[in-house]
Design a binder for this molecule. Structure first.
Ligand SMILES: [Zn+2]
Length: 151
């Protein structure tokens, strides 16, 4: 767990706890902040794995904490690999998320979740905001030397 202090527009420092294996997001959170996303409202970013026997759903979620003030973002960090014969599929392995999804999918997921801080519902506006942030993320990734991937 890494702890960051993120300033809000009033200059208050807000604590963000982020799992070590999610810490790659930090520079992208700063990009989002520069684009006006109130990332200081996030209290925690956590990675999770779905146990065997439970179906994997979305790749990430955002929810408001019980205190009604801070948000938590959770993101899948390992993906279930199913196997076995046709009728009796079961989890045979877990694959790290960076191997299971292209980085662009992960960035799009992050942009989608962050934009819930601006527009909570899945409206057309949320989609447009997500697209704008995804573009900013893509430009930042290129500047950081992202070279894409081979099929
Ligand atoms: Zn959503």
């Amino acid at each position: 767990m890494i702890e960051y202090l993120i300033k809000d527009p009033q200059g208050n420092r807000n604590r963000l706890e982020i799992d070590d294996d999610m810490s790659w997001m930090i520079p992208y959170l700063m990009v989002a902040k520069r684009k006006g996303v109130p990332i200081w409202r996030i209290g925690q970013i956590k990675g999770y794995v779905i146990p065997e026997g439970k179906a994997e759903g979305q790749q990430a979620q955002i929810f408001i904490n019980e205190n009604g003030k801070k948000y938590t973002i959770t993101m899948l960090k390992q993906k279930q690999v199913m196997g076995g014969d046709g009728r009796r599929q079961k989890v045979v392995a877990y694959q790290d998320i960076e191997d299971a999804y292209a980085f662009e999918d992960t960035l799009l997921t992050l942009a989608h979740e962050l934009m819930h801080l601006v527009e909570w519902n899945h409206t057309a506006d949320h989609l447009i905001l997500t697209a704008k942030l995804f573009l900013a993320f893509a430009r930042f990734a290129k500047k950081q030397g992202y070279e894409g991937y081979a099929d």
